[in-house]
Design a binder for this molecule. Structure first.
Ligand SMILES: C[S@@+](CC[C@H](N)C(=O)[O-])C[C@H]1O[C@@H](n2cnc3c(N)ncnc32)[C@H](O)[C@@H]1O
Length: 280
């Protein structure tokens, strides 16, 4: 469809998918204060201006609406989101709940792969006396985390640009003395990347999603690095649907008597989504 000519929303809506339609209405409401009820009442007979048309065209080309708006919602809060930084998923809210559950008020917490910072920030809101180190290897992610820390007036998160492989200690917090390590690492298998939604494949960072070693690399690094950790240490991992069995088997065989799986949390589709591991 030559969009440049079709500036009437009705023509666009009639030809678009349900997902795109939902995002177009969401965008028009959020960015331009145009109520969906108003559009529906007029059978979408609405002439878009040039800027609105450009935004709608981006959605039709699968560009995520969150990147157009520069914001996303997570755990009941609003966060700034920069292009290419992973847009936090609804399921990840389960990981936040788990981390809060296992973190005492003054816990030392490390988050590996903080992305936009939303996970650490939600934890910090519930544990304002905790000390949280949020690290990520991707510069825009750390920039985004720092932006959200300011936006939410958080004072107990220290964000650093760092590869988990080389992380030792920051602001007195290390894998040896931390109480909670939390991570939603890149865990999608290389072979499964092609199956993702087009908008994810084209516009989010592949590096934030796909993990080496069949999606297990970062889990293995974290487990290895926390071997010298405190006895009470809890590790909260988000996991993919096809990772759970392999990761559990790996922990139970390689780390028998060292780590114990204490909780497996299922998501809204009844799929294992969060694994909580305790150092024993
Ligand atoms: C799935 S995203 C999670 C982002 C955010 N925590 C969330 O849940 O929305 C994984 C993040 O891990 C980061 N990452 C990948 N490899 C890393 C490494 N070796 N060290 C540190 N961070 C890494 C990516 O840049 C990305 O931001």
């Amino acid at each position: 469809m030559p969009l440049a000519m079709a500036n009437n929303l009705q023509l666009i809506i009639n030809k678009t998918s349900v997902i795109n339609k939902k995002d177009i209405l969401f965008l028009l409401q959020k960015k331009y204060n145009i109520l969906p009820s108003h559009l529906v009442a007029n059978n979408y007979n609405f002439v878009l201006n040039q800027q609105q048309l450009e935004d709608v065209e981006k959605i039709i080309n699968n560009y995520p609406v969150e990147y157009i708006l520069g914001e996303c919602d997570f755990y009941g809060h609003n966060f700034a989101i920069l292009p290419k930084v992973l847009i936090a998923r609804f399921e990840t809210e389960l990981l936040v709940k788990a981390a809060i559950k296992y973190a005492t008020p003054s816990a030392k917490i490390i988050e590996i792969g903080c992305g936009s910072g939303c996970l650490s920030i939600c934890i910090a809101k519930h544990r304002p006396k905790a000390k949280i180190i949020a690290l990520d290897i991707f510069p825009p992610a750390i920039q985004n985390t720092k932006q959200n820390i300011i936006l939410h007036k958080i004072h107990n998160i220290f964000a650093i640009l760092q590869n988990v492989k080389t992380f030792v200690k920051y602001r007195g917090v290390s894998f040896c003395n931390s109480d909670v390590v939390v991570s939603n690492p890149p865990y999608i298998k290389k072979s499964s990347f092609a199956l993702l939604q087009q908008s994810v494949k084209s516009f989010e960072s592949k590096f934030a999603l796909v993990g080496e070693d069949n999606g297990l690399e970062i889990y293995k690094i974290i487990l290895h690095k926390t071997l010298q950790g405190k006895k009470s240490l809890h590790i909260c991992f988000e996991i993919g649907f096809d990772i759970s069995t392999t990761l559990q088997a790996f922990i139970n065989t390689q780390y028998h008597g060292i780590f114990k799986i204490v909780e497996i949390i299922k998501d809204f589709n009844n799929i294992d989504r969060v694994l909580v591991i305790k150092k024993i």
